[in-house]
Design a binder for this molecule. Structure first.
Ligand SMILES: C[S@@+](CC[C@H](N)C(=O)[O-])C[C@H]1O[C@@H](n2cnc3c(N)ncnc32)[C@H](O)[C@@H]1O
Length: 325
């Protein structure tokens, strides 16, 4: 049984403004909660492409949506969402795209996958283990002290990144890190913070390792870069993030698509106030791909967080592509 409570379900699907007969891509189908709503929106003449890189999620979706697959309203794609816009992806464009980033509850709750420090399991953390790639245990065993510190700092925003990396390197020859609870206990026993936090001291290190194992930030950037071309004119992209690193990437990309990219000619907004040369105007116009629906992200209601504590850190941003591109 695949049990995952979809986050910001109503807000994200309503925000996509899908019309009957349209095509939508659910980039992170998981348990299929968003997929179900999207199928309702596109109706009998529409199409949903549901993507997930996790074989267990795909098997569950095949079962849950057997009828819709048979009727031709749903196509499953077992692969990475960064494949949108590549020749092997099932459709070449969509009116709407949804990405509900991160891990699903079954991934977190299955001890053998090694995502959770609360459940004893191997330090694996790969979302698609059948494709190979390094596990968290291999990173902890093989990365240099400097690389580990960088992982904990950049992907976990861990204030004690250097100390943690040094302690791990000193420990690993004697006792290699093999299980989730072993690593969690090691962090709890050896890292001291000045202020008490409600979260477990291993939270940041586990997030960092998961991001490193699955190259999560890199693939989100790839998805966003492809999404803006892949979307049909006036199409919308909704992205739900669960930590500030991802939200920052999404926010920055959307700002860039609105022509507010600081790397261009100074921010476009500043330039707009000045008389523009033809080449400046052309540069700004070609940079503008559309508009974010709101300047700030939408957050779950208190009620949603009460029912589903995993929703607490969620942020939804929606972007609408311009109608001519
Ligand atoms: C938060 S869950 C999505 C839950 C889903 N929206 C629902 O309502 O059940 C995220 C899902 O995205 C998948 N995923 C994460 N990164 C991915 C990637 N790069 N490509 C494809 N799927 C990915 C995970 O395997 C997981 O099933």
């Amino acid at each position: 049984m695949f049990h995952h409570l979809s986050v910001l379900l109503t807000e994200s699907v309503a925000g996509l403004n899908i019309q009957p007969g349209q095509t939508v891509v659910d980039c992170t189908a998981g348990g299929g909660g968003h997929t179900q709503r999207l199928l309702e929106q596109v109706g009998e003449q529409g199409l949903v492409v549901a993507v997930d890189q996790d074989a267990y999620a795909i098997a569950h979706l095949q079962n849950r949506f057997a009828l819709q697959i048979e009727q031709g309203n749903l196509v499953l794609h077992h692969g990475a969402f960064s494949e949108v816009g590549t020749p092997t992806f099932p459709v070449s464009s969509a009116h709407g795209m949804l990405a509900d980033l991160g891990v699903s509850s079954p991934q977190l709750d299955t001890a053998a996958r090694g995502f959770s420090f609360l459940r004893e399991g191997p330090l694996d953390m790969r979302m698609s283990p059948e494709k190979g790639g390094e596990t968290a245990a291999q990173i902890l065993a093989q990365a240099s002290q400097a690389e580990l510190a960088q992982i904990f700092r950049e992907f976990g925003e861990e204030p004690k990144a250097h100390i943690l990396a040094r302690l791990i390197v000193a420990e690993r020859d004697e006792r290699p890190f093999q299980t989730t609870t072993q690593l969690a206990a090691f962090i709890e026993q050896n890292i001291r913070y000045k202020t008490k936090s409600r979260t477990h001291p291993a939270t940041r290190a586990f997030q960092a390792l998961r991001i490193a194992v699955n190259r999560e930030l890199e693939v989100v950037e790839q998805l966003l870069d492809r999404a803006v071309d892949f979307l049909a004119p006036s199409g919308r992209l909704a992205v739900i993030t669960f930590h500030s690193l991802e939200d920052r990437i999404v926010k920055k990309k959307m700002r860039a698509w609105m022509g507010k990219d600081d790397r261009a000619t100074g921010t476009a907004r500043e330039v707009m106030r000045l008389p523009l040369t033809d080449s400046q105007l052309q540069l700004i116009q070609t940079n503008i791909r559309g508009q974010a629906l709101r300047p700030f992200p939408t957050k779950p209601t208190e009620e949603e967080c009460r029912v589903n504590p995993r929703a607490r850190s969620a942020k939804l941003r929606i972007f609408q592509k311009a109608d001519v591109s």
